[in-house]
Design a protein around this ligand. Structure first.
Ligand code: NDP
Length: 390
């Protein structure tokens, strides 16, 4: 029996993970499930899968969770300390699928107890990559990528020497607005940005796909996870989302990972690694697909990609600044306070400002310094948005 914990179990990645676990219930002992506001789903899954504990991130929802779990034998807990406590419970495999910077601390705690961390929460690597990798190494824990591109790279690298890698190409669907004329983008609505042409994902990552902030995070994630140089990482638009990434080697060979747009592939690969097992994902009919398209991304349409390069060049805590400013700008877009194209401007403003504050982004990367710059970046983002509005 594999002991498994799922952080963010009520979300898109979390539900796909539980789908795989529920198909083979005798193979898994579910330790902890965690969610945010969706108490009904959290409690129903915890009951169904016989979890030891269910945790909501929100203290004020503890009584609701207790009521929903009454008589089930599943313990209920709430708040940040309870999330960390859940991460400390012995588990062989932990899924990190909380959205945003909030995913970092539970993932870090899980790494301290060994085992495998399946990492969907790309923000962890963007904000604190060196810390995360060092913590895993120190405690003999393993991080396996779950982002489809990074799982694809990981698979293409199996048995290869990273020193033989010339370049890594990650594909991008281009999101909801890839075919919109540039001048229409400023007026893009929340509903329009929240619908993805190929993938069914949580709302925040779907909007980040439309703006390419998601791809920007993934470029930084690639650098942190695989340790390649920034100029070895390329992004290419691939509207079909069937080739997830390609690895180019020094002999000119290009290894591509091709598969359906279904996150259960990458999740299942991380769940069963190093084995491959049957997964309920569609098999591609290449003759029916016929054509795969690739084109270079237009820099004017996707400023987030340029900002990712800027972050990699600055290094240190600039990833934490970038992510926090992006999260704040995204909150404001979702709340209808800024337009779609304003998000990149806010992030650039905050990055430029905080990079010039002496000693700030060059400080040692710890959970405390990440939390500090994250907090500051959110304040600076609010200031930037107020200045623009006023
Ligand atoms: P969702 O928004 O669907 O789910 C997020 C999960 O995190 C939910 O369980 C939510 O709880 C919980 N949550 C939200 N805020 C907090 C918080 N402050 N503290 C603790 N828990 C919280 O996101 P996705 O599943 O789409 O994405 C999860 C992560 O995986 C992200 O980092 C994303 O970038 C990454 N990812 C996602 C992919 C996808 O296909 N969806 C693909 C590749 C990577 P509740 O809903 O109950 O409030």
């Amino acid at each position: 029996m594999k002991r498994v914990t799922v952080f963010g179990s009520t979300g898109s990645i979390g539900q796909n993970t539980l789908d795989l676990i529920a198909r083979a219930p005798h193979d898994y002992d579910v330790v902890a499930l965690t969610g945010g506001r969706n108490i009904a789903r959290l409690a129903a899954d915890a009951r169904r899968l016989g979890a030891q504990v269910a945790v909501t991130a929100h203290d004020d929802l503890l009584e609701d969770l207790r009521a929903a779990l009454a008589g089930s034998g599943v313990a209920a807990a709430a708040g940040q300390a309870a999330l960390i406590e859940a991460a400390a419970r012995p588990a062989d495999w932990t899924m990190s699928a909380i959205v945003g910077a909030a995913g970092l601390a539970p993932g870090m705690e899980a790494l301290k107890h060994g085992g495998t961390l399946a990492l969907a929460n790309k923000e962890s690597l963007v904000t604190a990559g060196p810390l995360l990798m060092a913590t895993a190494a120190r405690h003999g824990a393993r991080i396996l990528p779950v982002d489809s591109e990074h799982s694809a790279i990981f698979q293409a690298l199996a048995g290869e020497d990273i020193a033989a890698v010339e370049r890594i190409i990650i594909t991008a669907s281009g999101g909801a607005f890839r075919d919109w004329p540039l001048e229409r983008l400023a007026g893009a609505t929340l509903a329009e940005a929240s619908s993805h042409p190929n993938w069914d994902m949580g709302q925040r990552i779907t909007i980040d796909s439309a703006s390419m902030f998601n791809k920007a995070l993934e470029v930084i994630e690639t650098r942190e996870f695989f340790g390649v140089y920034p100029d070895q990482i390329e992004v290419i638009l691939h509207p079909e989302s069937l080739v997830h990434a390609l690895v180019g080697f020094r002999d000119g060979a290009l290894m591509a990972h091709v598969g359906a747009s279904d996150m259960r592939h990458a999740i299942g690969y991380a769940l069963h690694w190093p084995e491959r097992r049957d997964l309920p994902v569609a098999r591609l009919d290449l003759a029916a697909i016929g054509t795969l398209n690739f084109r270079a991304p237009d820099p004017a349409r996707y400023p987030a990609l340029r900002l990712a390069r800027d972050v990699m060049q600055r290094g240190g805590l600039s990833g934490a600044v970038f992510n926090a400013a992006k999260e704040r700008a995204l909150d404001a877009f979702i709340a209808g306070r800024i337009g779609f194209l304003d998000m990149a401007g806010v992030v650039e403003d905050v990055l430029t400002r905080m990079s010039s504050e002496s000693g700030l982004i060059d400080a040692e990367i710890t959970l405390d310094t990440v939390a500090h710059v994250d907090h500051l970046a959110r304040i600076r983002a609010d200031e930037a948005m107020q200045a623009k509005a006023g």
